[in-house]
Design a protein around this ligand. Structure first.
Ligand code: COA
Length: 171
């Protein structure tokens, strides 16, 4: 239970990207407390476990020196997490028109589940609007340079996972 102006930034974060970190930094300035919550999206098969994704998010936030951000993970519904934390709103980043369509669907469903559901959209920085977790995974799995896409704090960990995977496949 928390009080004050709390917001939640939910996502799969598989892994967290520079685009996500930019949204975290900007959202943290709009509230007293921001929960970055690693959540479950049944439509996605993830490379990193929830614990690994949360750990990477924590390292990025610590390295960026943002102190009103908490990292968490939750296996249930976003609206239930929101109620538990008495959060005023959820934050989501918008990169493109297709993000908007997807976000509108989710917002509508969440509002049906919880009539006090509110979402704030932050426009992605243009230079980061082509970054996505799946592009990071694809580039890393092919041994490419991901330094422009993921925060430095987790670059080595992401690269190491894909090196392990390609080594395992060769055995
Ligand atoms: N910068 C870079 N990439 C961004 C981005 C940004 N600012 N904003 C979104 N993305 C990308 C991500 O990289 C990711 O890319 P990928 O699909 O290539 O992997 C994609 O957009 C979206 O991922 P992400 O922001 O990590 O979250 P999500 O859309 O998978 O999150 C949940 C969806 C977790 C919020 C939603 O499934 C949820 O609420 N789950 C909980 C269960 C629930 O309540 N379900 C009912 C929902 S109606």
């Amino acid at each position: 239970m928390t009080s004050g102006n709390t917001m939640i930034y939910p996502g799969t974060f598989d892994p967290l990207t520079k685009g996500h970190l930019d949204i975290i930094e900007r959202a943290a300035r709009l509230c007293d407390r921001l929960y970055v919550c690693v959540m479950y999206n049944p439509a996605k098969q993830t490379v990193f476990t929830p614990e690994e994704r949360a750990g990477m998010a924590k390292r990025c936030v610590e390295a960026a020196g943002i102190d009103n951000v908490m990292i968490d993970s939750y296996p249930g519904l976003l609206v239930d997490y929101m109620k538990q934390h008495e959060a005023r709103a959820v934050v989501r980043g918008l990169r493109s028109e297709s993000d908007l369509r997807y976000e509108q669907e989710m917002a509508t469903a969440n509002r049906i589940l919880y009539d006090q559901y509110e979402v704030v959209f932050l426009a992605s920085r243009p230079e980061l609007s082509y970054t996505s977790s799946s592009i990071v995974r694809e580039v890393a799995s092919l041994g490419g340079d991901i330094s422009g896409m993921v925060p430095e704090a987790i670059q080595a960990e992401v690269e190491a996972r894909f090196k392990e995977d390609s080594y395992a496949q060769q055995q």
